[in-house]
Structure formats: structure tokens, C-alpha cells
Design a binder for this molecule. Sequence first.
Ligand code: ADP
Ligand code: MG
Length: 479
Amino acid sequence: MNNITTITANAVWDKCLSFIKDNIAEDAFNTWFIPIRPGKLNNNVLTIQVPSKFFYEWLEEHYIKILKSALQKQLGPDAKLVYSILMDQKSQGREPFTVRIPSSNKEKPKPQEVDTPINLQAGKMMNPFVIPGLQKLKIDSQLNHNYTFNNFIEGESNRLARAAGRAIAKRPGGTSFNPLFIYGGVGLGKTHLVHAIGLEVKEIHPEKTVLYVSTEKFTQQFIEAVKNNNQNDFIHFYQMIDVLIMDDIQFLSGKAKTQEVFFHIFNHLHQRGNQIILTSDKSPAEIQDMEDRLISRFKWGLSADLQNPDYNTRLSILKQKLENDGIEFPDEVMDYIAQNIDTNVRELEGSLNSIIAQATLNKREITLDLTARTLSKLVQTARKEISIDYIQKTVCEYFKVKLEDIQSKTRKRDVVQARQLAMYFAKQYTKASLASIGTQIGKRDHATVLHACKTVKNLQETDKTFRGYIEDISRKIAD
Ligand code: ADP
Ligand code: MG
């Protein structure tokens, strides 16, 4: 760290502290703020070092508002906070190291004001003296600031949908992509992409009303409107939106009444050249229990699918997530995750989070071994079933003992060790019961398997060489 940034980070943090001190109880200040050390300052990102994960969680839960105000006062509205948590590894004879975690720092886009000729408050009578067009109504676009185009990584798998989205954001309602129908399996980025489109519309055309709504919410609102007898208000409200984004439209399946009301809203918006963006887990042709006139309308514009990202896209997504979070993983770890988690982006993110959590909770460094073990469960379900046979073979190969020996009654030391490890891994990697593991490995009973698992765990904690065996074998099994 060079001196200039240190000085600035210190100065900024000192000012934050004096602001915070004035605003919270002294006790709390002494407990939660004095132990914090300023780290580095990178443009508008201040890293602070906290003594533990618990500390970080407490700050995020109780003091995030004041921290944020303090920081924004010093660094402007885009100020960001990153925590660096000091991991104490002295007990394991290693140097302490840090894990960096960003503040959640979530912000909502500002509400938009529109003129509306009607009174939309539920249950209220319309005031006959309200001059149509003069009432200001605030609409929260429901867009999530974190889902931008900037952090939506482009790849073969999403190129068309992404490009169409960008074109729409430039000229909502003005392209032939109306509606834009984005479909694809779970976790592939449909929701992210449509938020990105909405946010970009708001940026380029601040005067336009954008509304994101899940189909479930839309349905609930409609049921509510029917109950309160103000369906017309409901319909009018949706008909004045310039860019309507409806997520997971497949949930309209089988809901005839909601389909009908949506049909009217759709027609009105489309005729006026307002933009409609829909997502679904299936292509229009595959959606069941949906009126034909709706299905055919879904096909009017452009249908674009999102596919599973390829290896390079997965790697870029991982890199970006970590960069945003200010966390570093070794290259081999990144490569391992990208190779193994090939189902969807949500699982990719989930696995990153599990690894960070494992490392943080157990105060371990992020290594290939830790990664392999953390992901083994995920990988096994995502890629292949790991069988007990496979585990036995791997263990035998590793210790150069014969499979027949493991299966036999022999109590030779090295065979016993291999047998116990095979049982332990079978428990870890398969869903088999203790009894069934026992039957498959040497015809033992469940108590023997339980004992084996305990023995292995004990040795793992006390015996360094043994721990090495476990790490090697898990890597082989997960490979
Ligand atoms: P879906 O709505 O298709 O189920 P989401 O939009 O909720 O999927 O995406 C799941 C997660 O994956 C989100 O956190 C999202 O930010 C992330 N994600 C998906 N695609 C990408 C991408 N191309 N680049 C970066 N992150 C992505
Ligand atoms: Mg979604």
C-alpha cells in the first residue's frame, strides 16, 4: 500500500468516525467502531478492516445506514464500502489473511411521476372534480439497481437476447421487437436481463414510465382488484405504462380471467406503441393452458432464448462477481469452478458464495482443496452420481490395496484404514444410509460405518499426514 492512499483512507475514515460518533451512543461507538481500521481507498471505494465475520454482520445489520451516510458525506453519492475481515490462522500456524466482502449497499431507483386521469388508490371513489391529467402519481418502477447491462456478461448463450434488449432500451416501442419475449431455464439470467433493459430505458429516457412486475404479483393485484371492485383502475394503471416488463409469464397458465385482463392491457399498450417485455421458462409454443390469441401475440415481436453459458462465459461471470465483491480467488480455483458448475448462473453464484462462506466460517484460505470439497456435493448432483464402487476404487488405488482386501475380513492396518476412508467418503458423497454403506463395503453393520466415520474425523483433526490423504482423495473423487 503506498503512503498517499493510506493517508487518504485514514483521513476519510477519521471524518466518518467523528460523524458517526455524534450520532450513536458512546458505548456502541467504542464497541463497534473503535476496533475498525481503515484499509485502502480506491476512488470511491473505502475498504475497512474488521476483526471478525461476526463484526461485519453486526455492522451490516445495525449500522449500515449511518456508515453509508458518513461515507457518502466524504466520498459522494456513489461511495462504496468493502469490508476486509482479518482471519486468524495462528492456531493453524499460518499467517493471518483477509477476506474481503462488499457492503450490500443496495439502492432503489427513484420513483417516477406520471400524470394520471384516475384515482388509483384502492377502494377510494373517484373525485369528480379532479381534472383529468393533472393528478401526479408516483410509480416505483420496481427495478433492481444491481441488475445492469454492465454486469450482465455477454456470451454466445445470451447474445441475441442481450442485443435485442439493448436495442429496445434505445428505442422502447420503436423496434420490431414488440413484445420482446425472453425465455430459458431457471437461473440463466432472464430476470437480470429484463431489469437491465428497464434501467437502461430509465437512463436514456427518464421521462418514460417503466414498470417491472412478476406475473404472480400481477395476478394477486388483479384478484385484489376484483375483490374491491376496481378492475378498471387496475387495467387503466397498466395501460399507461410506457415499458411494461412482466416476468415469468408462464404463471398465467390456466388462469383464464387473468389472461383475459392481460390480453386487454397487452392490446392497448401494443396499439399505442408502448413496449412490452415478457419472460418465460418456455418458448411461446410450449406454454400450456394459455389462450391462443395470447400465444400468437407473444410471437408478434422477437422471441429470444437464453442458453447455458459456455466455459468462457462462466469464467468471465465468476471473475466479474469476484471483482465486484473485491475478493480474489486463485486462478486454479476459478478454473475448477467454471469447469465443474455448468448448469446455470445461479448455481455458479451459489457455489462462489458457499466457498466464501466455508473459507470465512472455518477461517481457511481459499484453496483448490477447500473448493473441491465444498463443491463436491454440488458437483456430484450437477455432473454425475458418485457411486460407492467408484469411491472404493479410488481409495484402493490411492493406497495401493486390493479391492478384495477391503471387502474381506482382514484387519491389516493399511486395509482397515482404506476401508474406513471408503466408508467415510461414501457417507460424504452419496445419499446411502450407514447400513447400506456397510453392506456394500465389506459386509459390515451400520455401527461399524459410524465408528469409521468418527475415527476418520478424529484423525483428520489430529494427524496432519492423514489430513493430506483425505484432501488428496477428495480431489480424486470430485475430479
Ligand atoms: P432467471 O430469471 O433466468 O431464473 P436470474 O436473472 O435470476 O435468472 O439470474 C440468476 C443469477 O445469475 C442472478 O444473480 C444474475 O445476476 C446472474 N446472471 C445470470 N446471467 C448472467 C450474466 N450473463 N452475467 C452475469 N450474471 C448473470
Ligand atoms: Mg427469474
